[in-house]
Design a protein around this ligand. Structure first.
Ligand code: CMC
Length: 393
């Protein structure tokens, strides 16, 4: 056997070549297919960005319309699938239900499972983008004990997701277009982030030629962890805890620095960004806009800003180059929009979906792809002889 190089956490191991997303962590730069995230967040739409990530170029008007229409046509879930949502405790974590639901989609669409067939892969991609919002809104509705709504193909993607999550049957539901735009923009910001934990998971699972649904479901599982997508939920819990404890923000920061209770400043730090996460800067502005728009004053936003100010001025965070990441301010917006805390990470999953699909597709099309199979350095016992049970002391 050759020499195996250990790299725990893969801090310095490239697993693939990719043309999808570029990050310069020292300069705080993020680009999808060459386009700066700031320009896409300002000017594009989530489905256009999904197309860009998956197919590599911005679509022309007709292509985009066709792509959107294909997605709109498939937003229904099979009627039998509704029973699925009742099989879990109503307060079960949405990410667990989402992961199971995404994997289960494969059973309904067995002619879309072969990643080597471009048509099947394209169909699976459309089905997933179409059905995931429906699924997430059903999870939210069931958690609240409220009636499920069917998709309305006349409405936009983010708009109808909001309607399905918060609307009621036989009741007109007017949605503030500024909120729709804010959600769409947040989805854009989450749409890809090269070889992060969940995306690497999608690729690793997909490298065995597992179908797209199984691979994306694995990504949902990875994303649920508090060090990854679960951080958006953890941030809001942290801010709430600080508020309710009556302690000062400074004393919380001191606790983090002492590392006494293993408390981390959630929403801070990143493997790649050693500078302000460009997504966090956009989200911070959006949080102010949305709260102002809704006429809401959130004392958690004040705590978040104080926390950021203290941390950025503190040597502990400076030395380690810890800055706010995308998860730091998103929860405040989701919460102002009415999403329960437990629904935050599914929103991240919905945003990251095009990235997972694009990366899976890129891998499936890359002739250099081999099944993912890391090696290890064995540090266990050398050979020894089995001891019968009676003779063990
Ligand atoms: N609070 C306090 N200390 C921190 C933090 C934090 N949030 N993040 C890193 N550190 C310290 C860490 O203790 C270590 O210090 P020392 O050298 O004294 O041991 C140093 O900074 C380097 O940290 P690391 O754990 O080696 O860094 P990593 O690249 O392995 O981890 C991270 C990256 C994102 C998991 C980590 O920064 C973290 O746990 N952050 C909090 C959770 C979070 O916000 N996650 C969302 C990430 S961005 C979006 C996403 O992926 O979902």
């Amino acid at each position: 056997a050759g020499v195996v190089t250990l790299d725990p956490g893969f801090t310095n191991t490239g697993s693939c070549e990719s043309s999808i997303t570029y990050i310069d962590g020292d300069r705080g730069i993020l680009r999808y297919r060459g386009y700066p995230i700031e320009q896409l967040a300002k000017n594009s739409s989530f489905l256009e960005v999904a197309y860009l990530l998956i197919y590599g170029e911005l679509p022309d008007a007709a292509t985009l319309e066709q792509f959107i229409r294909r997605i709109q046509r498939h937003r229904l879930l099979h009627e039998d699938f509704k029973a699925f949502f009742t099989a879990f405790p109503h307060d079960g974590h949405p990410m667990a239900i989402l992961q199971a639901g995404v994997a289960g989609l494969a059973t309904y669409y067995e002619d879309t499972l072969d990643p080597r067939d471009p048509e099947q892969l394209s169909e699976a991609a459309v089905l997933l983008i179409a059905k995931m919002p429906t699924m997430i809104s059903y999870i939210a509705k069931r958690a609240a004990g409220l009636p499920l709504l069917y998709p309305d193909s006349q409405r936009g993607y983010a708009e109808d997701f909001i309607r399905m999550t918060f609307g009621m049957p036989y009741q007109a539901y007017d949605i503030d277009p500024a909120l729709v735009r804010a959600l769409d923009m947040l989805l854009i910001l989450h749409a890809d982030h090269e070889q992060n934990c969940s995306t690497s998971t999608v690729r690793l699972v997909g490298s065995s030629q597992a179908n797209l649904y199984a691979s994306v479901a694995s990504g949902v599982g990875a994303l649920a962890g508090p060090l990854h997508g679960g951080a958006n939920e953890a941030v809001l819990r942290m801010l709430t805890q600080i508020r309710d404890s009556g302690d000062t923000v400074q004393s919380f920061v001191d606790k983090v620095k002492n590392k006494a209770e293993g408390v981390r400043l959630m929403g801070f730090g990143h493997r790649v960004y050693k500078n302000y996460d460009p997504r966090a800067a956009i989200v911070k502005d959006a949080a102010h806009d949305v709260l102002t728009r809704l006429g809401k004053k959130d004392d958690l936003l004040d705590i978040a800003m104080e926390l950021e100010g203290i941390a950025l001025a503190d040597d502990y965070f400076k030395e380690r180059k810890l800055y706010p990441n995308v998860d730091f301010y998103t929860g405040l917006i989701y919460s102002a929009m009415g999403f329960p805390t437990k629904m935050f990470t599914p929103l991240f999953a919905l945003g990251r979906l095009p990235g997972w699909i694009a990366q899976y597709k890129e891998m499936a099309e890359d002739p250099a792809t081999k099944i993912g199979r890391p090696r290890q350095v064995y540090i266990g016992e050398a050979e020894r002889s089995y001891v019968p049970l009676r003779q063990r002391s």
